[in-house]
Design a protein around this ligand. Structure first.
Ligand code: TYM
Length: 403
């Protein structure tokens, strides 16, 4: 499945754009017609093989739909992580969020998958809110705002049901006493010229952004330092975050005496427009977890589809599910049953199912999902202290005493 993306989040920091292939994927810019196979080639990652899926099945008793459907499709050292796990060694999970606005369904994809991994492997999760990154990157952003947004976004994370005893969440600006020595040790091994080539930094890039990658990389080693032993790390995220691991964390790890962090890379959930990943910068085509049911319905019913110009043509030619965000929403999140998904695909492409009916069905499912999520999000307000760690309390201790 190919998702068509045509979006500029912002081009301020430059990119490792590949004009010939017509797309750009960096931690800050996702634009053009994405070719996920070419990204694997370009980034030097490895597609997830059938053998790896079988190993997941053997260990967890199932193959999660995100794996089965190739939504998580590429990796680095995932086989090595499974080897260590089977040899009795625990690994930890690491993922995060750059808090700029409300969380949308696309952000939930890696977190839902991370929760599944936590449940199945009993792994601890270290979750980083890069309030500094978003402040440094966006000209108009303030630190007060990114911090406030992080606390609000945290409710979405907690709502997904992570185990508070195994989940450690921090905001960079609240955790620098712990993070800075790790970031400084990393920074010593990264030259400006390699940072430029990995991230596309330009002379006009502020120097905070140039140092920042060391902070995102630092979490890969944080538990090792806090616990005084080498622990394997697995990072579930969409593939846009790969430059941090490829260019910084994995390069520096052996120099600091740590394992290279492993990754599992996801594809992007599309927006509801014609092409483009779901992005907060296009709010009319993104579904936010805080949207009202009415707004959700309005957005879904106004979605672009792969439908034909007239009902007659659609009945005769069938619609184009492969370019249709409505179909992709079923594929990503809203139809877990493969045979039912297959039926939707066949009915769509054979002209039996018309776009209006399909959108109505999806709107109901998304509304239900968002209503349920919002209930859990409200309850999460009471649980914040069970998840947050900060320098003030030191190491991994939480205000609630839970650790
Ligand atoms: P951020 O806030 O841009 O994105 C948070 C997570 O969501 C993924 N993502 C998506 N996944 C599927 N479909 C989409 N449409 C979509 N849009 C975004 C991102 O890949 C990410 O996993 N710098 C990071 C924060 C961070 C982090 C990390 C992320 C710090 N440490 C470790 C992953 C792993 C950021 O700004 O993410």
């Amino acid at each position: 499945m190919e998702i068509v993306a045509d979006e500029v989040i912002s081009s301020r920091t430059g990119s490792d754009s590949d004009g010939d292939k017509g797309f750009v994927v960096t931690p800050w810019v996702v634009k053009g017609q994405l070719d996920y196979a070419k990204l694997v080639e370009q980034f030097g990652t490895t597609p997830i093989s059938k053998e790896i899926l079988e190993r997941f099945k053997k260990i967890t008793g199932e193959i999660h739909p995100f794996l089965r459907r190739g939504i998580f499709y590429s990796h680095r050292d995932l086989d090595w992580i499974l080897d260590r796990y089977e040899a009795g060694e625990e690994f930890f999970l690491y993922t995060g969020r750059g808090p700029t606005g409300n969380v949308h369904l696309g952000h939930l994809i890696p977190w839902i998958f991370t929760k599944y991994l936590q449940d199945k492997f009993g792994a601890e999760l270290y979750f980083q809110f890069t309030d500094d990154e978003r402040f440094l990157y966006s000209p108009k952003e303030t630190l007060e705002n990114t911090k406030k947004t992080a606390y609000d976004n945290l409710l979405d994370l907690i709502a997904l049901g992570f185990d508070p005893k195994k989940t450690f969440v921090f905001l960079d600006t609240d955790y620098m006493e712990t993070m800075y020595p790790i970031a400084a040790s990393i920074a010593k091994h990264v030259t400006l010229s390699s940072a430029r080539s990995i991230f596309g930094f330009e002379n006009s890039t502020n120097i905070g952004m140039i140092f920042f990658p060391t902070i995102e990389a630092a979490t890969c080693f944080l538990p090792c330092i806090l616990k005084g032993k080498n622990i394997p790390c697995l990072i579930p995220a969409a593939i846009d975050q790969d430059p941090y691991w490829r260019g910084v964390a994995r390069e520096v790890a052996p120099k600091l005496g740590y394992y290279k962090p492993a990754q599992i890379h996801g594809k992007f959930m599309p927006g509801l427009g014609q092409g483009g990943k779901m992005s907060a910068s296009q709010p009319e085509t993104a579904i936010f977890t805080t949207d009202s049911p009415k707004t959700v319905e309005k957005k879904v019913l106004s979605s672009f589809t792969g439908g034909r110009a007239t009902v007659e043509q659609q009945r005769r030619l069938g619609a184009q599910a492969d370019i249709c965000p409505v179909y992709h929403y079923f594929y990503f999140l809203f139809e877990q049953d493969d045979s039912e998904l297959g039926r939707i695909y066949n009915d769509c492409t054979s002209g039996t199912l018309l776009c209006g009916d399909c959108k109505l069905l999806l709107a109901e499912r998304v509304k239900e999902y968002v209503i349920r999520h919002q209930e859990k999000r409200e309850k999460a307000r009471q649980l914040v202290d069970d998840f947050i760690v900060s320098d003030v309390r030191g190491g991994l201790r939480k205000k609630s005493g839970l650790s």
